[in-house]
Design a protein around this ligand. Structure first.
Ligand code: DX5
Ligand code: ZN
Length: 218
């Protein structure tokens, strides 16, 4: 299995000092930073877009922005996110009928490509072609739309199914993940761990990052 990557979700941070929060996470051992882009259409909330990503990219040297695009027209934002310094562009399979050309477009713009599936979407929605073309598969463990929700256990078997089919890909879990739930995700084969509340809400965020990482790598 690929090595552990910890990607704190900044949605749970103090957004008024976003760059400082991102820097604090990187200093504390975070590998990536998970940027939740919501458009008020694919999901009910609106969060941040390319202008904010660009400020973070300029203000936090060396940051790897793992951009989770919870948007209805994922094709529309590839250029803007690439220009803003996005490193990985992860779109929802529920939001497009043309995943392969989109993956190609993301790659052409110099980003890694991720495909995400929501809790009600089966793992079989990720075709062999799409899974092989993508750099990462994101299995949502809550319904996309907001942070701080309860982990949905029934999503975990999808991680195992995808790990069996794609032994070398990064497989990310996102939603309600923390020290109590990371074990089952790692056992199922997830190596990229997103955590918002569990990290930013902790007294010792660096300690939580360490626990998440060692659980995956052990
Ligand atoms: C949910 C987002 C998640 C969320 C994770 O729509 O995609 O990234 O912010 O936050 P926690 O870890 O608090 O569930
Ligand atoms: Zn997310």
């Amino acid at each position: 299995m690929p090595k552990a990557i910890i990607s704190p979700s900044v949605l749970a941070s103090d957004l008024g000092k976003l760059n400082t929060e991102c820097q604090r996470m990187m200093d504390g051992g975070a590998d990536w930073l998970h940027m939740d882009v919501m458009d008020g259409h694919f999901v009910p909330n609106i969060t941040m877009g390319a202008p904010v990503l660009s400020c973070v990219h300029k203000g936090v040297p060396g940051i790897f922005m793992d951009c989770h695009m919870m948007v209805s027209n994922p094709e529309k934002w590839v250029d803007d996110v690439a220009n803003a310094g996005g490193a990985l562009y992860c779109f929802h399979l529920e939001a497009t009928n043309e995943p392969l050309p989109l993956i190609q477009k993301i790659r052409e713009r110099g980003m890694k490509a991720g495909v995400a599936i929501s809790p009600d979407t089966p793992s079989t929605a990720v075709s062999d072609e799409v899974g092989n073309a993508a750099d990462m598969i994101l299995v949502m463990t809550v319904y996309p739309g907001r942070g701080g929700q309860k982990f949905i256990d029934r999503c975990v078997p999808k991680v195992s199914e995808l790990r069996a089919r794609f032994p070398d890909k990064d497989i990310e879990v996102d939603g309600g993940v923390g020290p109590k739930t990371v074990g089952q995700c790692a056992d199922a084969g997830s190596n990229v761990i997103v955590a918002g509340t569990a990290i930013f809400g902790a007294e010792d965020p660096n300690g939580v990052i360490k626990v998440l990482k060692s659980t995956v790598d052990e």
